[in-house]
Design a protein around this ligand. Structure first.
Ligand code: SF4
Length: 252
């Protein structure tokens, strides 16, 4: 199929800030594709899972026009994150879209689940942000997946992040992480992301209604456990702890 015939199903597109990971806080245009087979228990976009009538197919030119418009309306943002859903469900289309965006001077990030791997596609991106799924997500990582994550880490511009939602996640990570990276993997930090669970969130509406759902004690306990882990690993790995700011500040 040639580039002009390609279509990508999108659920939404918008300008905001990167919400988690090493580029947190960076102004970004998000292009969210439809469809995800992973179905994490704490997914914040479950509406992106199913290929249903909600999604609409866009040509690559239409997506470029959308990105150009969002950029010009929002201070000339030059970073685009292709997210989902799982963008690697459409590898050729995503590859072509990325080339077109880069030809128009955009810096393109791929946000991917760490369950699908496509190394030729990975190479095209300026950066990749990949999850290591913990037990609380409901995803079971196979040995092959762990091997592929390691390969991706060393062969592409891949940054890893881990959403931590429980002590079980931390215990699992402590056992699994040394299988993924060796202790000389200090060039790129691993981002630990304490999950902000839905019952901790409070929206602007909640605040206006005086409904404060913040479970500050629960979050603080998790923070202490994460801190203990980072101190244990500090000599061997480059770890940073970065919260999910899009949830805390109700960014889109
Ligand atoms: S991989 Fe991402 S989009 Fe898919 S279910 Fe998990 S968090 Fe949601």
């Amino acid at each position: 199929m040639n580039r002009d015939e390609m279509k990508i199903p999108l659920i939404e597109y918008f300008a905001s800030f990167e919400g988690e990971g090493l580029m947190v806080g960076t102004p970004t245009i998000f292009v969210r594709v439809y469809g995800c087979p992973v179905k994490c228990k704490w997914c914040d976009t479950p509406e992106s899972w199913e290929l249903a009538s909600l999604g609409q197919d866009y040509s690559i030119q239409e997506i470029l026009d959308i990105v150009n418009k969002l950029s010009s309306e929002n201070g000339g943002i030059k970073r685009v994150s292709i997210t989902g859903g799982e963008p690697l469900l459409y590898p050729q289309e995503i590859l072509e879209l990325t080339k077109v965006l880069q030809n128009h001077d955009y810096y393109v990030n791929l946000e991917t689940s760490g369950t699908l791997f496509n190394f030729p596609v990975f190479k095209q991106f300026n950066t990749l942000s990949m999850d290591i799924k913990t037990p609380s997500s409901g995803v079971v990582l196979t040995q092959d997946m762990i091997k592929s994550i390691t390969e991706g880490y060393f062969k592409s511009n891949l940054y890893l992040k881990v959403v931590i939602s429980s002590q079980e996640d931390l215990d699992w990570l402590e056992q699994t992480f040394p299988k993924i990276l060796t202790s000389d993997s200090t060039c790129k930090p691993l981002s630990l992301t304490p999950c902000v669970p839905p019952d901790v969130l409070y929206s602007l509406e909640d605040q206006e209604n005086g409904t404060d759902k913040a479970d500050i004690i629960g979050v603080a306990r998790q923070g202490k456990s994460i801190m203990d882990l980072v101190w244990r690993w500090n000599k061997s790995y480059n770890i940073v702890v970065i919260p999910q700011i899009h949830k805390i500040y109700s960014f889109q």
